[in-house]
Write a protein that binds this ligand. Structure first.
Ligand code: FAD
Ligand code: UDP
Length: 371
């Protein structure tokens, strides 16, 4: 089979590799000047810079963990971000350290009692949105201090107007454990993420063309290839004919600073409303600060409303957009039988890296799709 993969991100690279291994001839086109999509990292002043935001690999799946080990060796980095609220520091995710910092409580029973008392404001109803979900999980004080304004900055709308699942991404623990993830496998590839995608695309049978946008020759690609695996925006594929899906975009402001250690941690969230960015990443700490002894690189992350021409980093999975996405899926089954949509944009899903890999591995051996 002749397969075109649109997008050299993680999803596209896994599909390309596995289909090439199965004997197909695979062409990958990527509109950016580099491979690896949003997991792209590059060395600057001896420090691996995560160009599109902090990426920490974590997974529950031993199978996915083993899969990525083929392409890089991982360090034992554990993500332990902190939050800065008007100059006061809190531990994340929400755990006994946070509860102590917020209320001075020292035992799980005291913390649970405090949350139960604050949750009463919900009068026992099932949480219907992010605000209610957050209050139900951690109470009103933590909601006000660490969640409300950060979330409004990140998503450009009030937490009341967002789906509850977004806050359930974060663990709530009654132990003194600052690990941001519950997954048993976690780490950062030594030497960065780009090598992972490079390794996948090095499989014989794959040709890669950078600076190449699918929409410049859409009709010809659809004619020339037996299958197209499309990891760009599904609404753009259909020329936004049913309407525009909502995305969140980001602006990254990166600086090389002439001090060895800027903030003492890889990730510091700014959870107040006044600070215009959501977080500062200090890249060297992903590698335990050993890479450059004199300088450091920091990136401030500014959320933005997505509009055409900007990068669509996050799908906005509220009911209205999920319903529109389902209409596009339906349109795809009617009109684009040889096209397979996948990845964060093609599937319109808030995938983590392990989920993007798992979703790709799920389709590549599906005989109904590739036969
Ligand atoms: P992408 O990486 O977006 O790749 C899609 C590719 O398609 C892009 O390179 C794009 O340029 C290309 N493309 C699009 N349209 C076209 C076109 N028309 N023609 C040609 N090429 C096209 N996950 C984690 O597990 N841990 C984290 O800590 C983490 N942090 C994140 C932080 C941020 C700020 C963001 C935005 C995401 C984060 N993620 C994290 C998620 C992770 O980035 C995704 O799971 C992963 O990148 C998804 O891969 P993908 O291939 O689906 O998408
Ligand atoms: N969140 C928050 N305060 C924080 C960190 C996260 O309110 O300090 C909320 C916010 O709504 C965010 C969600 O939790 O969108 C998920 O956080 P995560 O760190 O998983 O977001 P991502 O890294 O995907 O941007």
């Amino acid at each position: 089979m002749k397969i075109l993969v649109v997008g050299a991100g993680l999803f596209g690279a896994v599909v390309a590799r596995e289909r090439a291994l199965a004997g197909d001839s695979v062409t990958v086109i990527e509109k950016r000047p580099h491979i690896a999509g949003n997991i792209y990292t590059e060395p600057v002043a001896g420090i691996q810079v995560h160009r599109y935001g902090a990426h920490i690999f974590h997974t529950k799946s031993q199978r996915i963990w083993n899969y990525v080990q083929q392409f890089a060796e991982f360090n034992r980095y554990t993500n332990e971000p902190i939050a800065n609220y008007h100059g006061k520091i809190y531990n994340l995710p929400f755990n006994m350290n946070t509860f102590y910092e917020m209320w001075g409580v020292t035992t799980p029973a005291q913390a649970q009692a405090k949350i139960a008392e604050q949750r009463q404001i919900l009068a026992g109803k099932t949480p219907r949105n992010l605000e209610e979900q957050a209050i139900s999980l951690v109470g009103t004080d933590i909601y006000q201090t660490l969640i409300k304004d950060y979330t409004a900055k990140q998503w450009g709308r009030a937490p009341k107007e967002l789906p509850a699942f977004i806050i359930r991404r974060l663990p709530v623990r009654f132990t003194y454990d600052n690990n941001y993830f519950d997954d048993p496998y976690q780490g950062i590839p030594i030497g960065g993420y780009t090598q992972i995608v490079e390794g996948m695309l090095a499989q014989p049978g794959i040709t890669v063309a950078l600076n190449t946008d699918f929409f410049e020759k859409k009709a010809q690609y659809l004619h020339d290839f037996d299958r197209v695996v499309f990891t760009g925006m599904i609404d753009q594929f259909f020329d936004y004919s049913l309407g525009t899906l909502a995305y969140r975009s980001l602006r990254f402001e990166t600086e090389l600073v002439d001090i060895p250690n800027y903030q003492g941690n890889a990730v510091v969230n700014y959870t107040d409303a006044q600070t215009p960015f959501t977080r500062i990443i200090e890249h060297k700490h992903f590698e335990f600060g050993t890479s450059n002894r004199h300088q450091t690189i920091i990136t401030k992350e500014y959320p933005m409303t997505w509009e055409k021409g900007l990068e669509p980093y996050y799908p906005v999975n509220d009911q209205q957009n999920d319903a529109l996405f389902q209409q596009y899926r339906h349109l795809a089954t009617q009109t684009a039988a040889t096209v397979i949509f996948g990845g964060r944009l093609g599937a319109y899903r808030y995938y983590n890296m392990d989920q993007a890999i798992a979703a790709a591995l799920q389709i590549v051996y599906n005989k109904d799709l590739f036969h």
